[in-house]
Design a protein around this ligand. Structure first.
Ligand code: ADP
Length: 160
């Protein structure tokens, strides 16, 4: 049976760290759905459509990756779509607390769910969307940190 996983996140914007996690996930699973979360409670730099567009653009060369919106609780999405596997990335120890809490809470709500953690390449282990936003806000060079299609959009966004 084919194995499908989802990779949920805010992706504000997608970075090379996210992309590294996606590439690893696409090798492990037959299908990987990147789920871009709406994030009502968070003020994001890019709106949902922009975040979706950037993830689509960055992953267009990976054939078994699809992109969709997450507009409900993750466990509801998983139950509705009969998906058990969730992919998340781990950077430093600082990610662990939050990821541990999320994985345990979600698996209480949906016991069949399995969270699979991957580490990104050491090149990206320090990289986060917030760092990228910060560098861009001072008009710094983000070209080593984000996929090509993000660079232009980020420049436009911070100039405005
Ligand atoms: P969220 O708001 O759900 O944390 P993010 O877009 O910040 O959304 O991150 C989504 C997932 O990607 C998280 O599991 C996060 O730990 C992981 N991630 C982000 N950047 C990296 C990176 N550079 N290396 C490994 N994992 C990463």
């Amino acid at each position: 049976m084919k194995k499908t996983a989802v990779y949920p996140g805010t992706f504000d914007p997608i970075t090379n760290g996210h992309l590294d996690v996606i590439r690893r996930g696409a090798e492990i699973f037959d299908n990987l759905i990147v789920l871009v979360a709406i994030r009502k409670e968070k003020h994001t730099l890019f709106n949902l459509e922009e975040r979706l567009e950037l993830v689509k653009c960055a992953t267009k060369d990976i054939p078994n990756v699809q992109v969709a919106t997450l507009d409900k609780l993750l466990v509801e999405y998983l139950k509705e779509n009969k998906i058990r596997f969730v992919l998340r990335g781990l950077r430093a120890v600082s990610d662990f607390d939050y990821e541990f809490q999320m994985a345990l809470t979600n698996s209480t709500l949906y016991p069949e769910m399995e969270t699979v953690f991957v580490m990104s390449s050491r090149k990206y282990i320090f990289l986060s969307s917030s760092l990228v936003r910060e560098i861009a806000s001072y008009e710094g060079d983000v070209s080593g940190f984000v996929p090509g299609c993000v660079i232009k959009k980020l420049k436009k966004k911070v100039i405005r």
